[in-house]
Design a protein around this ligand. Structure first.
Ligand code: AMP
Ligand code: FE
Ligand code: FE
Ligand code: ZN
Length: 286
């Protein structure tokens, strides 16, 4: 096991709301010296194959990944899946259903926007979409381009976030339990993404134990020193309390330098190679 910090297990491409194609992103990973990476697009594995192929050319180990959007306890909970079989039939059917639901939701959000005097057309949004998952960030970028907001964050704060006037849920949001089952059934390991976002540690504790969740994203760009220490401690506490083993993962959640929740360049948030190696070993055991 090495003690290098050249891993990043959480990032997005144009298959969902990232700004670079899988090939471009893996090239960027190479430029900043990453050696273990995972593409974790929202509700799609469309970018994985291309990323793996580019990784082979550049000597980067690309772990197949996904970030599933789920809804519980009045909030959006993201579940990361690693090492899944990206050709699994039920997985692909479920993701296709999610893709359609995201398309429907886009139209409903555009309708809501028109009710508050904001005119947007489907084409304004779709020009940012690459055939994969349509997300609110694409709508936010259209609002930015049309001058309705000054930033993607402002679009969320004023219109798109949960509780704001133009928020619309998907017709049927996946539950965290369904997400873990889907990941397990397609041969992957399931990890709770950026737990600091939810403030639901007690719920997550029983969820981890009951569903056999495999790990926690302890290291994330939005986990400050306190949050990181908290989740390191929490993960160890759960292992001891329930006599289970949990993976620790982490990453940058990189989308693009110019948009995303934070405008941190790729390569600034890195995690230990050891975590990636343990993740790969856990995938191999499944
Ligand atoms: P969706 O997939 O449509 O549910 O959109 C969720 C995505 O929107 C997240 O993964 C983030 O990339 C992005 N997002 C959420 N909140 C914000 C925010 N306040 N500012 C910028 N991007 C955000
Ligand atoms: Fe995103
Ligand atoms: Fe997320
Ligand atoms: Zn993400």
């Amino acid at each position: 096991m090495s003690n290098l910090y050249d891993a990043d297990l959480h990032m997005h491409t144009t298959a969902s709301d990232g700004g670079y194609t899988p090939t471009e992103l893996i090239k960027k990973c190479h430029d900043v010296g990453l050696t273990y990476v995972s593409i974790t697009d929202h509700d799609t594995v469309q970018g994985v194959k291309e990323a793996i192929e580019e990784g082979k050319k550049l000597g980067i180990h690309v772990i197949p990944g996904i970030e599933l959007s789920t809804y519980a306890r009045r909030t959006s909970i993201h579940i990361l899946g690693y090492g899944l079989n990206i050709n699994h039939r039920v997985l692909l059917e479920t993701l296709e259903d999610q893709r359609k639901q995201r398309e429907e939701r886009m139209s409903l959000i555009i309708e809501r926007l028109s009710q508050v005097g904001v005119t947007l057309h489907a084409e304004d949004v779709l020009k940012y979409v690459d055939g994969g998952s349509i997300g609110r960030p694409h709508i936010a970028r259209a609002l930015l381009e049309k001058g309705y907001v000054q930033s993607v964050s402002e679009a969320f704060d004023r219109f798109l976030a949960i509780g704001k006037p133009c928020y619309v849920p998907k017709r049927r949001e996946m539950t965290p339990e369904e997400a873990v089952e889907l990941i397990h059934n397609s041969g992957g390991v399931a990890v709770i993404a950026h737990p600091i976002y939810y403030e639901l540690d007690d719920y997550l504790e029983s969820f981890i134990v009951e569903m056999g969740v495999d790990g926690v994203e302890v290291y994330h760009r939005d986990h400050d020193e306190n949050a990181t220490a908290h989740y390191e401690h929490w993960t160890t506490m759960l292992e001891e309390k329930y006599q289970i083993r949990l993976l620790r993962t982490g990453g940058s959640d990189f989308h693009h330098e110019a948009y995303g929740r934070q405008l941190v360049p790729l390569g600034e948030k890195r995690v230990a190679n050891e975590l990636a190696e343990e993740l790969i070993a856990a995938i191999a055991r499944r």
